[in-house]
Write a protein that binds this ligand. Structure first.
Ligand code: NAD
Length: 417
């Protein structure tokens, strides 16, 4: 079976051909500049040692320092990290920020580590990749199962190794340690700006448009909360343990779902082990059922490859907001287009996160702290301008939104190359 990296670069190469890009340039564009794999060893609380596979892929820095998250997850592998690093390069170019693309990860279930073991792992990751990192070289951020606490340990370890406080080496840090206002909500907020523009284009009335959200972590919870406040009607939510669905057309308040999840779930190390399924007043459903709910909008905010050949024909949504990187298998994009589903692709829809990370990096370099209102005003302008540019490209080339976003991103990267 073809891996996700091959499928993703095939799709990008097709978009590059639509803008008549030279073959040699396409080859350079789809080849990572540096792939680093390491074994990271930590001491366990029990006294023994444990070794983990760890990665950093620096895909392209033609437009600025490499930028991209670090993922701690059992399914992390090099094919996935390469794909995510490529998407980061495209994404930064789509929203026009001067950063390149990278991604990192460790293959493990972080929920099995204690707080102290998690700290040792985070610091060990930095020691392993130190030579490739730095504010003007490569600036990591949080991703799945990494968070401000982990970024704080990582930034601290980096500062210790280079002998001076270097806040701009990592983004997504806690507010008290150089983090930006608005960073936690940034990906969801950026997604809402994109979604609102799309809803306008389709002539839908925002109030009461129904929405199902897969993934209830940083991104999914943030998006659901903002969508609820904006007037969208939340009818389904899910996380890794399953999903819930509102009965009799009722609306779900994501804040209340989160409160219940925290109340019932134990906090272990940096993670709440609770689930949306702890909410008893909703019908329990599986993740697969959530993807097929009769909702106007389906939000993907968990992992890659959720809409595939196996379930694409049962998706009932009119719009898919792809906040998860690679949430849709590239081979089903054409089917979704034929079925009239508007896909707001990852490289546009979830770019709010990296945009505010870029703001954080700039604030750290200049020793500034911007108010949340300034952060969101700048974010809104970048997201709506990017949406309009992608939309115009889509109309001009009769392309899908993903092809159009790829064209915009590829054009900017290859011009810089
Ligand atoms: P997170 O770890 O905070 O949350 C992930 C959520 O997905 C959790 O609720 C988890 O339970 C759920 N999940 C895991 N497997 C699932 C499954 N099979 N079905 C349903 N839910 C499942 O991670 P996050 O930061 O919210 O990232 C989510 C997605 O958004 C990822 O694809 C990530 O790459 C992407 N993304 C994140 C950011 C960011 O700022 N954190 C920015 C851009 C894109």
């Amino acid at each position: 079976m073809t891996g996700i990296f091959q499928k993703t670069i095939k799709q990008a190469s097709q978009a590059a051909r639509l803008i008549n890009l030279d073959k040699k340039l396409i080859k350079r564009l789809i080849t990572p500049q540096r792939v680093v794999s390491k074994k990271v060893i930590i001491k366990l609380d029990s006294g023994g040692n444990k070794t983990f596979s760890a990665y950093r892929v620096q895909f392209n820095n033609a437009r600025g320092p490499y930028k991209g998250g670090i993922r701690f997850h059992p399914q992390v592998n090099l094919d996935e990290i390469k794909t995510l690093a490529f998407l980061m390069a495209i994404k930064c170019a789509v929203v026009g920020i001067p950063m390149g693309g990278a991604k990192g990860g460790v293959q493990l279930n972080p929920k099995e580590l204690s707080f102290n073991e998690l700290e040792r792992l985070s610091r060990a990751w930095v020691r392993a990749f130190k030579n490739y990192l730095g504010p003007h070289q490569d600036v990591p951020a949080p991703d799945v199962y990494t968070n401000p606490q982990i970024m704080s340990w990582m930034a601290d370890e980096y500062s210790r190794l280079v002998g001076k406080k270097t806040l701009a080496a990592f983004t997504g840090k806690p507010l008290t340690e150089g983090g930006s206002e608005g960073r936690e909500l940034a990906t969801g907020q950026g997604g809402i700006y994109i979604l609102n523009e799309a809803v306008k284009k389709l002539g839908l009335k925002l109030k009461g448009v129904t929405m199902a959200v897969q993934g209830f972590g940083n991104v999914g919870y943030g998006l659901a909360q903002l969508a609820y406040q904006a007037g969208y009607k939340i009818i389904g939510l899910s996380d890794s343990q399953g999903g819930i669905m509102a009965l009799n057309g009722k609306n779900m308040d994501p804040l209340k779902v989160m409160e219940t999840k925290k109340e019932h779930g134990q906090i272990h190390a940096c993670y709440c082990l609770g689930t949306v399924c702890d909410c008893v007043n909703y019908k329990k459903i599986t993740n697969d059922e959530l993807l097929k709910l009769k909702a106007d909008i389906l939000v993907l905010a968990a992992l890659e490859n959720q809409i595939t050949g196996g379930n694409v024909n049962q998706v009932k949504a009119k719009i898919i907001l792809e906040l998860a990187n690679g949430g849709i298998d590239p081979i089903v994009d054409g089917i979704l287009k034929k079925r009239g589903v508007l896909v707001l692709p990852d490289v546009l829809a979830n770019a709010g996160g990296v945009t505010v990370s870029y703001f954080e990096w700039r604030q750290n370099l200049k020793n500034e702290h911007w108010p949340e209102s300034a952060v969101f005003a700048k974010l809104k302008k970048i997201m709506t301008d990017s949406f309009n540019e992608v939309w115009q490209t889509m109309e001009k080339y009769q392309a899908t939104p993903r092809q159009a976003a790829l064209m915009v991103g590829i054009k900017r990267i290859t011009e810089a190359m």
